[in-house]
Design a protein around this ligand. Sequence first.
Ligand code: ATP
Length: 289
Amino acid sequence: MHFSSDLPEALELRAPAKINLFLAVTGRRADGYHDLFTLMCAISLFDRLTLRFGGRGIRVFCDHPAVPEDDTNLVHRAASRFFERLGDPRGVDVHIDKQIPVAAGLGGGSSDAAAVLGGLNRVFGRPFAPGILQRMALAVGADVPFFLSAKPALATGIGECLEPVADLVPYHVLTVCPDLKVSTAEVYKNLNLGLTKCEKKLKQLHLKTERFDALYFLCNDLETVTIRKFPQINEIKKALLGLGAAGALMSGSGPTVFGLFADAAGAGKALGRLSRRREWNVHLAEMLL
Ligand code: ATP
């Protein structure tokens, strides 16, 4: 393979957060993973990544205390796969400016990894076709393929089978992340599949025939499990609805709750009110459609 030698000195990337507008757990697989049926939408809350070239090996820098800088960082895993498959001895330094709350159900680590895969592929002259990049992304994590395009999508399987969803009704999104440690593995362990209810609700879904308004289908099977341990999540939902949100739901395995607002003024007012709670990390964002 021929390698381009004229790499830029640095590349700036933005990696968006996502919310799950609905999330149904449809089964448990033999390999321990769960089958999902979820509508994912990226929002305009971004980590900022700076890639620097010129050295050898992969180094990750992030001053957020909960983000590892070693080879367990998803960015490190993504870059390693890329360079290994490319057979190129060069490397990259990645600086992550963490804006997306960590371990919050907003997909920050997966998004960082996808941004790096996409960015490296562009800089190196697109050596990998989209299908190969998708497979590399999936090997890093189930949510990573979604972030390669970050376009609204229905995800099935463990989250890797993606079907684009055009024409989502837009809302202003207020995310509220309480200072709680939620373990995704523990949430799935405590999930009773006999009690899940979202799949039934989603049976009436007609995604292709009309402009899709997710408001009527907000549902997350993991929410009841996380709320059982952390009732504060219900408190946040109530606060959002009390401040005029048209709907509110926990994202992923939590603990972030998002509220959907039809008008910007209402969302702005709610942002002001909720930001007074010091233990809540609040952001106002737009759906990226
Ligand atoms: P998941 O539900 O997969 O745990 P999440 O969206 O809730 O994802 P992330 O912010 O992606 O949460 O972080 C999950 C864990 O992954 C963190 O506890 C952190 O230790 C680890 N991690 C590895 N790489 C990163 C990264 N680039 N950014 C954030 N966390 C990372």
